[in-house]
Design a protein around this ligand. Structure first.
Ligand SMILES: Nc1ncnc2c1ncn2[C@@H]1O[C@H](COP(=O)(O)OP(=O)(O)OP(=O)(O)O)[C@@H](O)[C@H]1O
Ligand SMILES: [Mg+2]
Ligand SMILES: [Zn+2]
Length: 510
């Protein structure tokens, strides 16, 4: 026997088989039962959610010789023919390929004929938004006053593309995305029928990837079945070509640390391993969604994700979901979706490239995180202006070491900012200094010693050895009225690198 795709083999045949569309199923079933049938239905909603299946069930139930409580019996001659798509009184038409006015006129002429074997002549017009304008007009006349034995069932994924005149003549049912639980239930039924098994988390993963469409879910399940008798998360990952989840969490860790290099390297590693950008972005979004859930509910199902959620904080999580979901949308239509993904990741890494208030707060937080981490790395390596981090990976506020607090008597962040503004203002009049000021931050003051920092380590290194330092000391000296010394505070990854490769050279502060 020829192989039939799972989703076709397991097309629901009774209202009770429909998943996730309970309200629609029960209204239609009771209409069949009471005989209060509308002459025109419109089923709208996303792909693969059961519109065509429901139309077929309704048509079958309306013509069943022995309906049971509004359900088709599936045994009578009419039901049997309907199941084989050969029932003479059920006419299925795909408007995508029969969209001309002639097709519509053909219907108009034929509706006058009485049904041959059943009670109703049922016309199922799928993808009805594809009809041409003239075909719609011809059809409208029929829809206005159809003979009592005719039922139209129109189905579409694009409600907005239908003329209002059509909408107003139909009883409308909006099909929804099918929730994950309902999809898992249907997948279990299918697996039982074919004697295969699966882990719950694997089915949930499929349901998530199918984004509310049961046809897509069954198609993925079908591929998994051809790989394994028992389906696990690994089977699903293989079919969907997911990136290794540990790479994804590593990537999110780097993103949360604003570690640009590691984040971008691991992103390209995942893409190079063959994961498609659209698959990767939904895998990343999925993981961040789980982090949000954990951050909000305190659920502790995964230690790694719990740690990540604490490190990121809710605000960052929501911002990431926002930016990545927008990128995901655009990626669907992009010639090179990878670029959109990379750009979105860079936006997350560089809140300084944005101007809204939220991003501004994050710029401060980013700086706080960097400086606070530096503060924990050793006496004097922390600029006093750095407030404690909002959260550490365990979610508890960290205390800064005592020596850091004492290091800068009298200089709070507002004072520092004001002083730095003055120095920058004076510095902008000096061509040798001006171009280098904007990425620098005054992090701490100890009397006449001023500590500068920047996210850009190579720039710091360059400035430290150039005439810039002397020039800036002169300018600051004039403002503070004495001889000023500038020290350079390197970002913490840079400090680690220096510690690793050049132990003699640890001259960060003091
Ligand atoms: N609500 C549902 N309950 C059970 N199975 C469903 C449901 N929706 C979809 N399916 C499965 O997906 C297959 C396709 O569904 P169907 O053709 O009814 O979707 P549709 O909404 O008409 O999609 P499209 O808009 O792409 O035409 C069915 O054969 C069935 O296996
Ligand atoms: Mg359909
Ligand atoms: Zn029957």
């Amino acid at each position: 026997m020829a192989y039939k795709a799972l989703y076709r083999e397991f097309r629901p045949r009774r209202f009770a088989d429909l998943k996730g569309q309970d309200a629609i199923a029960s209204v239609l079933q009771s209409q069949v039962k009471s005989g209060e049938v509308s002459h025109a239905y419109l089923f709208s909603g996303p792909r693969g959610t059961g519109k065509t299946s429901t139309a077929k069930i309704l048509a079958c139930a309306l013509n069943c010789l022995n309906p049971q409580d509004g359900e088709p019996c599936l045994e009578c001659e009419n039901c049997k023919q309907a199941l084989q798509d050969s029932m003479i009184d059920i006419v299925e038409m795909d408007a995508a390929s029969n969209n001309s006015v002639d097709n519509a006129r053909d219907i108009r002429d034929k509706v006058k004929l009485l049904p041959a074997k059943g009670k109703y002549k049922v016309y199922i017009i799928d993808e009805v938004h594809m009809l041409s304008d003239s075909a719609f007009n011809a059809l409208l006349k029929t829809l206005e006053e159809p003979p009592g034995h005719v039922v139209f069932i129109l189905a579409t994924t694009e409600l907005n593309a239908l003329p209002k005149t059509v909408l107003s003549r139909c009883q409308r049912f909006d099909f929804r995305h099918i929730d994950e639980r309902a999809m898992v239930k249907r997948m279990r039924e299918v697996l039982d029928a074919i004697s295969k098994t699966a882990d719950e988390e694997a089915l949930l993963e499929i349901a998530g990837a199918a984004e509310g469409g049961l046809r897509d879910a069954l198609t993925i399940l079908d591929k998994c079945c051809s790989l394994a008798e028992h389906i696990t998360l690994d089977t699903v990952s293989e079919v969907l070509n997911f990136a290794d989840q540990s790479l994804v969490t590593g990537f999110l860790q780097a993103l949360g640390d604003y570690d640009e290099k590691t984040a971008l390297v691991s992103l390209s590693q995942m893409l190079d391993s063959g994961t498609e950008p659209d698959v990767l972005v939904s895998q990343i979004l999925d993981t961040i969604r789980q982090m949000l859930y954990i951050a909000v509910t305190g659920d502790s199902r995964s230690e790694t994700l719990q740690q990540l959620a604490g490190h990121w904080g809710k605000k960052n999580i929501v911002r990431a979901l926002d930016i990545l979901a927008a990128a995901q949308n655009k990626m669907k239509y992009a010639a090179r979706p990878q670029i959109l993904l990379e750009t979105a990741v860079m936006r997350l890494l560089l809140p300084e490239s944005e101007t809204d208030v939220g991003a501004l707060e994050l710029r401060i937080e980013k700086l706080e995180k960097k400086l606070a981490l530096a503060a924990l790395q050793g006496p004097g390596s922390a600029p006093a202006a750095a407030p404690a981090p909002i959260e550490n990976p365990a979610g508890k506020p960290k205390k800064r070491p005592a020596e850091v607090k004492e290091a800068a008597p009298g200089a709070d962040s507002a004072d520092l900012e004001a002083l730095w503004d003055k120095i920058k203002k004076a510095g902008s009049a000096e061509p040798a200094v001006k171009p280098f000021l904007h990425e620098l931050v005054l992090a701490k003051q100890e009397g006449m010693r001023l500590f500068l920092t920047s996210q850009n380590a190579s720039k710091l290194r360059m400035l430290k050895q150039s005439s810039f330092k002397g020039e800036l000391e002169r300018i600051a000296g004039e403002i503070l009225g004495g001889s000023v010394v500038f020290e350079f505070v390197f970002p913490e990854e840079e400090q680690q690198r220096m510690q690793l490769y050049d132990r003699e050279n640890i001259d960060i502060i003091d």
